[in-house]
Structures are given as C-alpha cells and as structure tokens.
Design a protein around this ligand. Structure first.
Ligand code: ZN
Length: 128
C-alpha cells in the first residue's frame, strides 16, 4: 500500500548570531523559507479523498514560525540551549509541527522539514 507526501511552506525574516562561527558572530538577518512535509498512508485519506488539507498544513507551518518573525532568534526560548543555526531551527519547527499535527491531523506524520537560509543553502531535518 502506498502513501502520500504532502508539503506546504512558510517564510519568516529574523536576525541571529552564531557564536564562534567566523562572520556569523556578527548579528545579521535572513529571509528563511521552511517547507513541512507530512506522510499520510493511502488508507488514511479522509472522506473527501484528501490526506490533509493544504490550507491546514500551511497554517500549521506558519504557526510554527510565527513567533520568530522579525525577532532576534538567540533571545527566544527554543534557542536557549543551542544557537539558532539552520539545523536547530529546522528541528524546532519539526517538533512544533509534530505536536500541532497530533491535535489537528493525527493521520499526518511529519517526515521532513526543509529550511532554506538562503536560496542556495538549505538543511533537511528528519525526525528519528
Ligand atoms: Zn546567518
């Protein structure tokens, strides 16, 4: 039996510093783009024949980065333990999306979060 992979994106602009990382120690900003991909088993399509409503998935993606918008990420609670590298941001987004989906779309399992720091630089996080 097959499965579906569905994706939606969100964007945010924010500043960060990365201690000990050459130029990145200086405060600077990025226009981040994040893509959330979920898996839905073929048997789990809803009555309308959908795995998850794209608009709902887009809302979940947006909500997962909402408090990052126009902020200095290093000051925020999710980055208290580890600096806001692209890797850490992608993991935090993945955890938030997973928690939200459990409530609103239990058939959808987040399998991948792709985060673009710049158009040519991206990181993919996959939960274990
Ligand atoms: Zn940076």
């Amino acid at each position: 039996m097959g499965h579906y992979l569905l994706s939606a994106e969100a964007r945010f602009s924010a500043a960060h510093t990365l201690p000990g990382v050459d130029m990145c120690e200086r405060m600077h900003g990025h226009n981040w783009r994040v893509q959330v991909t979920v898996r839905v088993q073929q048997d789990d399509l809803d009555a309308a024949g959908m795995g998850v409503d794209f608009r709902m998935l887009a809302t979940v993606a947006s909500e997962s980065v909402h408090d990052f918008e126009h902020r200095y990420l290093n000051e925020l609670e999710p980055f208290a333990e580890s600096p806001p590298t692209a890797e850490t941001i992608a993991r935090v987004v993945c955890e938030r999306v997973a928690a939200r989906l459990a409530a609103v779309a239990p058939a959808a399992e987040v399998v991948e979060v792709t985060l673009w720091e710049m158009p040519e630089y991206r990181v993919v996080y996959r939960p274990a």
